[in-house]
Design a protein around this ligand. Sequence first.
Ligand code: ATP
Ligand code: MG
Length: 283
Amino acid sequence: MLRIAIQTKGRLNEQSLGLLREAGVTIREEKRKFLMRAADFPVEILFLRDDDIPQTVSMGAADLGIVGYNEVAERGYNVEILQKLGFGGCRISLAIPKTEKYEGLSYFNGKRIATSYPNVLQRFFDEKGINAKIHTITGSVEIAPAAGLADAIFDIVSSGGTLISNGLVEVEQILQSEAVLIGTPGLSEEKMAVARQLMSRFESVQKGYGKKYLLLNIPMSALDEAVKILPAMRSPTVIPLAQKDWCSMQTVVDESVLWSTIEKLKAIGAEDILVLALEKIVL
Ligand code: ATP
Ligand code: MG
């Protein structure tokens, strides 16, 4: 039985469970225990604080884990990064009070910096030859400068709203992070086979993120033009309509270009345009 560790609560919990659910790994939610067997796939899910996931996986107490790359980088345990999972995106950045003048990394020489990521920061400063005092704080790092505990912070940023409300400005982005699937080094072939199956399902789910299924009717005379406009996995599906000289087209479109694609299609005579949610893409 393969055991996979995920966050008990917090930012990655819901999306980790969601990804597993989409990949066909479900647990009965009624009474959540810390270790639960999946109903329909040979895995059990271990719920942990995210801090503990890298170590648990490196020891083999869980075979796989879903955790932010930032935690993996900070804790330094020996784990294999098997797959990027496309959610939980953030960065760890250096930020200083907005009243300060910033002219480059040497600003940090001799400064006190509050962070929950002392190892990542120390490695970075060592590489750049910066000599700063790193203060490890486990929570509310962003209030440290105003509280007089530090001159700057090194912390997770996603939208930047927390920095602004604390009068801070991001000056250096040091580490990009997202949720990753990690594994115990040297898993048995049997476990690796299940892990690979899971990874391929995750990939299918991820491929569906940000994609829509588009259906439309178009005059036959505009078909060639429409094929040029429409992106497609292979080429768009074209089905004749009962009404002569018209056909229906179907394809998958990236959400980022959905509206511009629709507008171009309308301009060449497309009608009855339907946009449907897309769940998974299995290649
Ligand atoms: P736990 O109780 O499990 O220790 P936590 O409080 O340490 O949880 P969360 O705040 O739930 O951690 O964040 C979990 C992960 O979510 C982070 O390690 C990071 O990878 C990711 N993340 C994405 N965006 C943000 C953000 N804006 N702030 C904090 N974490 C973020
Ligand atoms: Mg934590």
